[in-house]
Design a protein around this ligand. Structure first.
Ligand SMILES: *Cc1c(COP(=O)(O)O)cnc(C)c1O
Length: 233
């Protein structure tokens, strides 16, 4: 893709974020764009970082490690931070330590235990979101909403994990309006469950290329956008 095209795409996404936030009286500063760079090469990432984009998301640990170790935290003019947005196997927990700004897919106590152990050894902490399956679909990953309260309670024992909010992967639909109830459900869960356990207002990671405007209208603080920015995978 020619670089001017990617610049144009980024500009358009940022403008759509601003408008969606404005429609519900929110500031675009409260909505963080995570550029989902999975499958795209480092050159494409550097190009987007040079346009001023800071946060990048990956969903496979091996690819994350390769890219973080190559690109790190960017340069003083073009700082970069990394988000792990995909499922994490327990035996890969150690790979996140010291590498990511936010882990979006914490979904079990057993994984939390493993992360705690690795973080303790490294004297590090990790900001995490709990992934909830609000789609009602038979999705492989994400906690059932009914289990959230119990898990939150358990997670409070892990002092190396900072639980900051919730994440969801909405159902794939043609009309983004169809996922509005799922987004609203995640927000309600954050307000009724998570806010009781955390000091700061819960973060909400929801919304992708096809539905990020609806997500912002429903309260998303982090939108994870891949194909609309980088192109089809
Ligand atoms: C790939 C991915 C995205 C981005 O999807 P697009 O439709 O390309 O914007 C967002 N979140 C997760 C968890 C992903 O794996």
């Amino acid at each position: 893709m020619p670089s001017t095209e990617r610049q144009e795409r980024l500009r358009e996404i940022l403008s759509r974020i601003e408008h969606a936030a404005g429609r519900v009286g929110r500031s675009a500063d409260d909505v963080h764009l995570i550029a989902v760079s999975k499958t795209f090469p480092e050159e494409a990432i550097l190009e987007v970082a040079a346009l001023g984009q800071r946060a990048f998301g990956e969903n496979k640990v091996q690819e994350l490690v390769r890219k973080v170790d190559a690109l790190g935290s960017g340069t003083p003019e073009h700082p970069m931070e990394w988000h792990h947005i995909g499922h994490l196997q327990r035996n890969k927990a150690k790979e996140l330590v010291g590498r990511v700004a936010l882990f979006h897919a914490l979904d079990s106590r057993r994984l939390a235990m493993e992360l705690q152990k690795r973080l303790e050894a490294a004297e590090e902490t990790l900001d995490c979101l709990v992934q909830v399956n609000v789609s009602g679909e038979d999705s492989k990953y994400g906690l059932e909403p009914i289990s959230l309260d119990g898990l939150m309670d358990d997670l409070m024992a892990f002092d190396r994990l900072r639980i900051r909010g919730l994440m969801t992967l909405a159902s794939p639909v043609e009309d983004p309006e169809d996922v509005r109830p799922e987004m609203a459900r995640l927000r309600t869960l954050a307000e009724t469950v998570v806010d009781r356990f955390v000091d700061e207002r819960a973060l909400l990671s929801m919304g992708m290329s096809a539905d990020f405007e609806v997500a912002i209208e429903e309260g998303a603080t982090h939108v994870r956008i891949g194909s609309a920015l980088f192109g089809a995978r």
